[in-house]
Design a protein around this ligand. Structure first.
Ligand code: SF4
Ligand code: SF4
Length: 111
């Protein structure tokens, strides 16, 4: 059982470096991220997204090592203020079965 009431993020960036992880972006998220970056939505889509494996949506692009394109060398999110809901809601609203293995903050929340 996970109890996230005392969760504390270690700012390690591990959750943004999971190979094959998918961060889908909705039209609304595309609009707000592009606006934040000061670029056209079409440019954002072309440069920073790709079609999801199930071809049902767009996802944020990853680098060759699996890290999200927005993760900095300091493990910070370049678009933190406007990041996708999936990123903002982890781990309070959702986790995966192996999340406590990947995330050192969550490892402390296992009962
Ligand atoms: S958008 Fe930000 S929080 Fe989400 S995976 Fe990329 S770097 Fe991490
Ligand atoms: S893996 Fe967990 S502790 Fe590390 S940055 Fe992500 S949420 Fe924070």
């Amino acid at each position: 059982m996970l109890n996230t009431s005392n969760f504390s993020c270690r700012m390690c960036g591990a959750c943004c470096r999971i190979k094959d992880a998918i961060v889908r972006v909705s039209d609304k998220e595309i609009e707000r991220i592009a606006k934040f970056l000061g670029i056209e939505e079409n440019e954002f889509i072309k440069l920073h997204t790709e079609v999801s494996p199930d071809r049902k949506s767009l996802t944020l692009r990853s680098r060759e090592d699996g890290a999200c394109v927005y993760l900095t060398d300091e493990n910070l999110c370049m678009i933190n203020q406007v990041k996708p809901d999936k990123c903002a809601s982890f781990p309070y609203e959702w986790t995966n079965p192996d999340s406590s293995v990947v995330c050192p903050g969550l490892a402390e929340c296992v009962n």
